[in-house]
Design a protein around this ligand. Structure first.
Ligand code: SAM
Length: 224
């Protein structure tokens, strides 16, 4: 039996038109779509008139679902994996499934597209050639301060995701550890109608940041 293929399909991070023709065609033609929240993905499918079977694949059920999906793939089916927004696996579920495919010689094909960290980096005005992505910032002040201290002498741009509820506290921790002159970028609500991308010294950016929506924080290399 020839195995099927797992497609990793990136989806919009806000603007629903940021969805490639190849992604749409893949979702239309595959045998099923594994997604995080079926209601979120259903909205995207409705926008593009895609009728397709959705199976929930979340952090909580990832290991067990990976085995189920592996069986379908081994039986020659083609499946797509999407997350609620952006690129699957990037701070989203999918690692177990991709590992299982690799271990069982099942082709894994990316269909690239939106990714919040890349969109933020490209428009930040900070150095782009070398960067470190750290996922979500630690949730507590102590952890965040340790994080900022660890990256104080970075010679590359450091990127992290943060919740809007904690962005002000995170910026205060950043200023307390790296100082108000460290250049940062706060990219909020990318591709949405209230998109804001603020770049400058942390001390002047922090008061302008609205604690709403989705946020990427970028820290310039020391001395930039
Ligand atoms: N897989 C996604 C990607 O490719 O970017 C990331 C998923 S992660 C669970 C969600 C986090 O990504 C949010 O908390 C926020 O930090 C960031 N994010 C997602 N969409 C965003 C947007 N439109 N603007 C700014 N940040 C965004």
């Amino acid at each position: 039996m020839t195995p099927g293929t797992l497609f990793l399909v990136s989806t919009p991070i806000g603007h629903l038109e940021d969805f490639s023709l190849r992604a749409i065609n893949c979702l239309k033609s595959c045998q099923g779509i594994a997604c995080e929240d079926t209601r979120v993905t259903q909205k995207l499918l409705n926008r593009y008139a895609i009728t397709q079977k959705l199976v929930s694949y979340r952090d909580a059920n990832e290991k067990q679902k990976a085995l189920e999906l592996l069986k379908y793939l081994q039986n020659g089916e083609t499946w797509a994996l999407v997350s609620d927004a952006g690129t699957p696996l990037i701070n989203d579920p999918g690692f177990c499934l991709v590992r299982a495919c690799k271990e069982n010689n099942i082709p894994v094909v990316p269909i690239p597209g939106p990714c919040a960290l890349i969109a933020a980096l490209s428009a930040s005005g900070l150095p782009v050639h070398r960067f470190l992505f750290e996922g979500f910032l630690p949730p507590r002040s102590h952890g965040r301060q340790a994080f900022f201290k660890a990256h104080a002498s970075a010679t590359y741009t450091v990127i992290a995701y943060e919740s809007c509820h904690r962005i002000q506290a995170a910026l205060q921790d950043l200023i307390a550890t790296l100082g108000p002159d460290r250049v940062i970028c706060v990219a909020r609500e990318l591709t949405k109608c209230h998109e804001s991308i603020l770049t400058g010294p942390a001390g002047s950016i922090a008061p302008q940041v609205v604690a709403r929506g989705e946020v990427v924080i970028l820290i310039a290399p020391e001395g930039f």
